[in-house]
Structure formats: structure tokens, C-alpha cells
Design a protein around this ligand. Structure first.
Ligand code: MAN
Length: 353
């Protein structure tokens, strides 16, 4: 696979982003949704900020308080036996195993704009900030689907009640209408198709089943974008392969003559995140036509390998111009990068099932 990584990579780094509070530091500007609006490329950045800690033995956890509309800052001592601090992203109570009790940072969505797709100007204020009881730990990994003149933005809403997917919409990237949670916990990585198919809207989603099953990609239908049903299991993990740990949709599906091309992320059991592709039937997106045996993009550049959580390439949005797929992607849970790939080459690389 020929991959052309921009010379300007990483395009946006935490250093480029001004914290939204003086007592906070930005540790991530990554996993951005992508849209075009008024001849500009818009990144909907997931900005992760954490309270500055003066004491290296203290980890702080920011939590949004719905009543006061302020953040509460909780402090944890690294030698507190009750907690596991080994994953830098989360604070886990040992009795809960790998289930986290708090996040070490709070994410929200901030806009960055560009006229050339390479140089971005970052807005000073948050665009979408936690605002209800399902978002008290933050909002993450937005994706954007344009249908007509409306941009549907959906993201992971994180709270003690779980991680689910909420929907908002905007026509101008100024006013935002909130439409509530569309996929309840635990669910992430929702992608809404850009047009109706045989009269119905379609979405990919990624539940995390508990009794049996795994974090895998499902497809659902809707008549109104708010209520989703007729869920079907779409693709699963593959033993011994690059996507044997967890998978989830990435970019909004691309309509091609061969079918809907979905660029998805797959992580190995060792948490190495790569991007691959799956081709779905144009008339029935629940039918899989072909899939990548090997990744189309994997963490190789130093900014993909090293970072807050290394060995991660994670795309939430692409722009397609003719045969060129401009894949914007988060790197190492830290920054944003972009690479160009050939649409034809991706399609030719797939193995038909
Ligand atoms: C995982 C990671 C984190 C994220 C939480 C909650 O631990 O993806 O980045 O904050 O889940 O979604």
C-alpha cells in the first residue's frame, strides 16, 4: 500500500492548543472528526485536558458537575493500594478489575479550520463541552456525517453510567442542537451513512457485549436518525491477525461503484491500533463483500509510535477527492496527522469473502 504521510505531520499537537483553564494542561488533540464547510476543512478535535499536578505522587481526575456546571477535581495518591494506575488514561479500582472508575483527563470537542487541509487554526473556546449527566467524564472521538445542509455529529459520551454514543447536529458549526443518546452503553465508534439506502438510514456501531461476544462491528437501521433497530452483527475479530483485540468503525462510509467502503480501526490484543477496510453491499450494508487481510495504515512514524498511548493510528474522518483518500487520523492518543492513499489501491487490496 502506498501511503503518503504529509511532511507537516503531526498537523495539530497538544502544544498548539490553548488550555480552556489556566490550571489545566492539554495532553491530547486527536481522533478528530472531519467536515468541509464554506471551502474550509474543519477538524472536530477531541481535546483532552488534565489538571496540572504539582506533586508527582498525585493523579487528578476532572469530573463535570451537572448541578454547578463546573468541574470538580478529585485527587488520588499513587501509593493508594485500592487503585490501579498502570494505564495512564484511567484510574481503576482494583476490586473492579479493568473497569475504570475515573479518567485522568477530560475530553471535549474543539474546532480547527484550514483552507489547505494541512495548516490548521485552532479556535480558542470549546465547541461542544460536556453538558449533562451522561457526559460527566467527557466526550470523545467525534464523527461527522453531512446530510443535506445538516452536519450530524456523534461522539462517545462518558460517565459513571457507561460509555454510549450521543448525537448533536449543526448547520453552521456555531449553533448546536442536542438529540440525546442514540446508542446506550457500552457502545462507541458509531458511523452514520451519508444517504438513505432503500428508504432507511444506516449506522455502524460497536457494542461491547459482556456475557458472550466481543467488541465488534454491528449495523443498524433508522427512519429518523434518532431511533435505531434491526441490529445485525457485521464483522468480528480475527484470531492471530492484526485485528484480534477490538475493532470499530472509523470514517464515514465512502460510496464507490464496488460498494460502501468503510475504513475501520482494529487493535491487536497488545493494543496496537491499525486501520483496515471492509467493503459492504451498496443496496444492503449488512452484507460484507470484502475485507483487508493486512492493515492499510499502521503505526510506523515516530509520532504514531510514541505518545501518551503509543502505537495508535485511529481515523474518525477522511476526505475523498477523485482517487485520493485523505485520511485524517489521531496518532498515539496525542496529535493529529494526515496521509493520502489511493482509493483504487485500497479496493484492489481487499480479499473477497
Ligand atoms: C478507553 C480509552 C480512553 C477513553 C476511555 C473512555 O480507556 O479509549 O481514551 O477515554 O476508554 O472512553
Amino acid at each position: 500500500m502506498n501511503v503518503y504521510r504529509y511532511e507537516e505531520n503531526p498537523l495539530v499537537t497538544p502544544r498548539d492548543v490553548k488550555p480552556h483553564r489556566d490550571d489545566f494542561e492539554v495532553i491530547g488533540a486527536f481522533n478528530a472528526g472531519i467536515a468541509t464547510y464554506n471551502d474550509e476543512v474543519i477538524m472536530l478535535l477531541r481535546v483532552a485536558e488534565r489538571p496540572i499536578s504539582d506533586d508527582p505522587n498525585v493523579v487528578k481526575a476532572p469530573v463535570y458537575n451537572v448541578k454547578t456546571k463546573e468541574l470538580e477535581i478529585l485527587s488520588f495518591n499513587l501509593d493508594d493500594e485500592r487503585y490501579d494506575f498502570s494505564d495512564p488514561r484511567v484510574i481503576c479500582e482494583k476490586k473492579n478489575g479493568k473497569r475504570f472508575s475515573y479518567l485522568t483527563s477530560l475530553s471535549y470537542i474543539r474546532l480547527a479550520r484550514s483552507t489547505d487541509g494541512r495548516n490548521f487554526t485552532i479556535e480558542d473556546e470549546p465547541f461542544i463541552y460536556p453538558s449533562n449527566e451522561l457526559e460527566t467524564f467527557g466526550i470523545e472521538d467525534p464523527r461527522v456525517t453531512q446530510i443535506g445542509d445538516t452536519y450530524y455529529i456523534y461522539y462517545s459520551a462518558v460517565s459513571p453510567a457507561g460509555v454510549g454514543e450521543s448525537l448533536v447536529s449543526t448547520k453552521d458549526f456555531v449553533e448546536v442542537e442536542h438529540n440525546g443518546m442514540i446508542f446506550c452503553p457500552e457502545n462507541k465508534d458509531v458511523l452514520i451513512f451519508p444517504e438513505k439506502i432503500n428508504g432507511l438510514y444506516y449506522a455502524l456501531h460497536r457494542p461491547v457485549p459482556k456475557s458472550t461476544g466481543a467488541p465488534e462491528i454491528w449495523v443498524a437501521e433508522s427512519t429518523n436518525l434518532l431511533h435505531w433497530g434491526n441490529h445485525k452483527h457485521l464483522i468480528g475479530l480475527r484470531d492471530g491477525m492484526w485485528d484480534n483485540g477490538r475493532i470499530g468503525g472509523g470514517a464515514v462510509p465512502i460510496k464507490t461503484e464496488k460498494g460502501w467502503l468503510e475504513l475501520y480501526h482494529g487493535a491487536s490484543k497488545e493494543d496496537r491500533y491499525c486501520m483496515g477496510a471492509v467493503l459492504l453491499d451498496l443496496e444492503n450494508p449488512a452484507k460484507v463483500i470484502a475485507r483487508s487481510e493486512t492493515p492499510i495504515l499502521e503505526p510506523e512514524a515516530d509520532y504514531e509510535v510514541d505518545g501518551f498511548f503509543g502505537n495508535v493510528v485511529f481515523s474518525c474522518g477522511v476526505l475523498v477527492e477523485g482517487d485520493v483518500v485523505k485520511m485524517y487520523y489521531g496518532v498515539a492518543d496525542t496529535s493529529m496527522a494526515c496521509a493520502e492513499l489511493s482509493l483504487q489501491e485500497i479496493l484492489d487490496s481487499l480479499t473477497y469473502v
